[in-house]
Design a protein around this ligand. Structure first.
Ligand code: PHE
Length: 349
């Protein structure tokens, strides 16, 4: 029995020396000194031994147990110390290291930044911003805007109808009516938003963005329109720009004009090397929007809201955000805005 005690003690000693973590050490304590371990059981079984063996066996077992307990305690302290040091080293923060590189946060889409740029110009001129429904009624989109019942835009080929009376708005102009219903004159408002048409090619997508402008007051004339658009053109395309008005037709303005801005890319239609300017195609002018003086027939629809055509006049304009962005940044194909190719978008972010 004493022989077996010595064997157990030596086996345990070797194992304790070899232990590399406090966890392992705890397992060894259970294995050699725990309730079910062999050595403590020897001590518990002493009474069954012949009397002359009880003394020496008990002594040997006790000594072995105490020696192992002491060894475990000592090794435990050592290992705990090592582990603490490891942890301190691993957790150390080197405050002199450079910080992590800034996260890429992306940027605004060119259409968003262009819209905001345009909005800023008109906010600066005293206009406020309103928004309206993209799903509109025929009344607001066409009837109240003086479109004859036979107007081609009303055709199914031109327009996305939800039902006979409801459609996706083909322009932001219905908001002229809604804005006037909401507030009496004087009114200075711009309306950014999505519009929908059954068109699809390099310069048309079925959905695109417009900004509507409407100014109604007493004594508003065409020259107020021209001055406002001149300020806009200079803010967006450069301080030397000029604008010109060309006669045009819209059902809801009279007179109606198309507005051109002088080309910002060339002098007299040619580049320095004598070649034709690709931006204005040699014409020296860029068409930027449609506009005109609000037709009295339109005011008739909102007369009960304070818009007496005998007393107030107004001008309205509608511009395409895509068109402005394409001109300003020489974007060749409108569809690039919607392909979501980051290599394209990043150039403007
Ligand atoms: N709504 C017209 C269009 O989409 C543009 C326009 C707006 C013309 C306001 C005149 C006045 O073509």
């Amino acid at each position: 029995m004493i022989q077996r005690i010595a064997e157990l003690r030596d086996e345990a000693r070797a194992a304790i020396v070899a232990a590399t973590t406090t966890g392992e050490l705890e397992e060894l304590r259970v294995r050699y000194l725990g309730r079910k371990a062999e050595l403590p059981n020897v001590l518990r079984g002493i009474a069954q031994l012949p009397p002359e063996q009880r003394g020496p066996t008990g002594k040997a077992a006790n000594q072995a147990r105490q020696a192992l307990e002491a060894q475990i305690a000592q090794r435990g302290e050592q290992l705990a110390g090592d582990e603490l040091e490891d942890r301190l080293r691993d957790d150390a923060v080197d405050v002199t290291l450079p910080g992590s590189p800034a996260q890429q946060v992306g940027g605004l889409h060119l259409l968003t930044s262009t819209r905001r740029e345009i909005e800023d110009v008109f906010l600066g001129l005293g206009f406020k911003i309103a928004e309206g429904p993209e799903v509109e009624t025929v009344y607001y989109n066409f009837d109240a805007l003086n479109h004859a019942p036979t107007h081609p835009a009303r055709g199914l080929m031109d327009t996305f109808y939800v039902s006979d009376e409801v459609l996706l708005r083909t322009h932001t102009s219905p908001m002229q009516i809604r804005a006037m219903q909401a507030e009496p004159p004087p009114l200075y408002v711009i309306v950014p938003g999505r519009v929908y048409r059954r068109d699809s090619d390099a310069t048309h997508t079925p959905q695109f963005h417009q900004i509507e402008g409407l100014a109604v007051d007493e004594d508003i004339t065409l020259s107020d329109l021209k001055g406002t658009l001149l300020a806009f053109a200079r803010a967006i395309f450069g301080p030397d720009r000029e604008v010109r008005l060309r006669p045009h037709f819209f059902p809801f303005t009279e007179p109606s004009v198309e507005v051109d801005v002088s080309c910002f890319n060339c002098k007299h239609g040619t580049l320095r090397d004598g070649s034709r300017c690709p931006v204005c195609k040699g014409t020296q002018w860029l068409e930027i929007l449609g506009s005109g003086m609000v037709d009295p027939n339109v005011f008739a629809h909102v007369a009960e809201h304070g818009y007496d055509p005998e007393r107030v006049q107004g001008f309205a304009f509608g511009l395409g955000i895509e068109r402005i962005a394409m001109l300003k940044h020489a974007v060749p194909d409108l569809r690039l805005f919607y392909d979501n190719d980051v290599r394209f978008l990043e150039q403007f972010a």
